[in-house]
Design a protein around this ligand. Structure first.
Ligand SMILES: Cc1cc2nc3c(=O)[nH]c(=O)nc-3n(C[C@H](O)[C@H](O)[C@H](O)COP(=O)(O)OP(=O)(O)OC[C@H]3O[C@@H](n4cnc5c(N)ncnc54)[C@H](O)[C@@H]3O)c2cc1C
Length: 393
């Protein structure tokens, strides 16, 4: 089999790239190791930046998002007994869109099916080859037989544990990593959200986030120990702890119910440089991870593939040697944006979580930072500008 662009991974990065390339008339095939149902069953991100919203619209996969998504013009911060609303709309003229990653994936899957471009789910042992030469290809096993997919380019959209980054030769990559000493325990429930807007909370018992997926579905998080096991947390224990960490007036409105999903995610910052090796590109979580504070993971995946789709379209439209300029700059351009999102996610995580190992001095620094935010429109603007997302470039 032959295609122009072979994409590994049918998460949001892979599917959105496929949709944008299809829009540009570029043939592409997606290989995914899991089943479509498994991919749809993963509960993850829920807040989209303007850039991601625009790319979904550009791809022609935004009809349901525009109908069902919830535009948010601000969010709240609670720090001890103090509160601050960050007015995104007033500070930046922009909003974010609350719309779950599961729904984004569902929309992109439906769009792909309608486009007729193939996705091979349950593709086993996918391996990239020949990307340092002119004839890259993927080998894999599907439906009981060995297959080979030849392409002009391979794009690794296969997440943090994927195969593309892992098969690069030692020394080809420089990696940067910070692992945080806690995780997030998340609970999804069909209960009306406790607040119209998200609340990020720093409490003496640890961080909490009151988020949502719709007017009927809540997504709540608690900072927890890395030693915690999800089985230790009954629904009752979660609700009791969550209620303690909410501001008292908000806690009175908390509606509880059985969890649809509960999971613990470790928090990590990670970047692999560069994001291109000959005819192999990395995009999304395959190249970088951010802690979820500030909701940048899915959005970075979208902006990477937005840049790459534009560069590939330029390559296929062009004729002379200049047609490679976009793909030659992809890594540098994407990483410039990635590092700014890494910085913001690290900063927001550092401000809003409890770090007992930083002692009283560390806590005073956090309190001073929050106090500064409360009194400085400039500081709030910096936060808002990063939260709604920096321009694609
Ligand atoms: C538990 C959890 C909670 C999260 N919560 C948030 C949040 O609240 N807010 C936020 O902004 N971000 C969150 N994120 C991050 C966000 O979900 C990711 O940044 C986003 O999914 C990145 O998309 P992606 O397509 O790059 O990678 P992925 O979504 O990981 O997709 C990669 C795909 O590649 C496939 N794959 C992997 N290996 C292979 C292989 N060898 N062959 C073929 N296919 C392969 C995988 O099965 C997967 O479908 C969370 C992540 C996790 C893990």
């Amino acid at each position: 089999m032959r295609t122009q662009v072979a994409i590994v991974g049918a998460g949001p990065a892979g599917l959105l790239l496929g949709a944008l390339l299809h829009r540009a008339g570029i043939d592409n095939v997606v290989l995914e190791q899991r089943s479509a149902e498994y991919v749809l069953g993963r509960i993850r991100a829920g807040v989209l930046e303007q850039v991601a919203v625009d790319l979904l619209r550009e791809a022609g996969a935004a009809v349901r998002m525009d109908e069902l998504g919830l535009p948010h013009g601000g969010f709240e911060m609670a720090f001890g007994d103090r509160r601050l609303r960050i007015d995104l709309q007033a500070l930046t003229g922009k909003q974010v869109m609350v719309y779950g990653q599961t729904e984004v994936t569902r929309d992109l899957m439906a769009h792909r099916q309608a486009s007729g471009r193939p996705t091979h789910y349950e593709a086993e042992n996918v391996q990239p080859h020949g990307y340092d030469g002119e004839r890259p290809h993927l080998s894999y096993r599907h439906g009981g037989s060995e297959r080979r997919l030849e392409a002009d380019f391979i794009v690794g959209c296969d997440g943090f544990h994927g195969v593309c980054r892992a098969t690069l030769p030692a020394g080809a990559l420089q990696t940067f990593e910070k692992v945080y000493p806690f995780g997030w325990l998340g609970l999804l429930a069909d209960t009306p959200p406790v607040n119209d807007e998200l609340i990020y909370g720093h409490t003496e018992r640890g961080f909490m986030l009151a988020s949502m997926r719709s007017h009927e579905r809540s997504r709540y998080y608690l900072q927890c120990s890395l030693d915690d096991k999800v089985e230790q947390w009954s629904d009752e224990a979660f609700w009791a702890e969550f209620s303690r960490r909410l501001p008292a007036d908000v806690a009175q409105r908390l509606a509880t119910g059985p969890s649809l999903e509960k999971s613990i995610a470790p928090l990590r910052s990670f970047v692999a440089e560069p994001m291109r090796f000959g005819r192999l590109f990395l995009a999304g979580d395959a190249a970088h991870i951010v802690p979820p504070t500030g909701a940048k993971g899915l959005n970075l995946a979208a902006s990477d593939v937005g840049l790459l789709a534009r560069a590939l379209a330029e390559y296929y439209r062009g004729t002379g040697p200049g047609r490679s300029a976009g793909i030659d700059h992809y890594s540098q351009q994407a990483l410039a944006r990635v590092w700014k999102a890494e910085r913001f996610s690290w900063w927001f995580t550092s401000l809003m979580h409890r770090f007992p190992e930083n002692g009283d001095f560390g806590l005073r620094m956090q309190q001073a930072e929050f106090d500064y935010l409360c009194h400085s429109t400039a500081a709030q603007t910096v936060l808002a500008e990063n939260y709604v997302g920096l321009p694609l470039g």
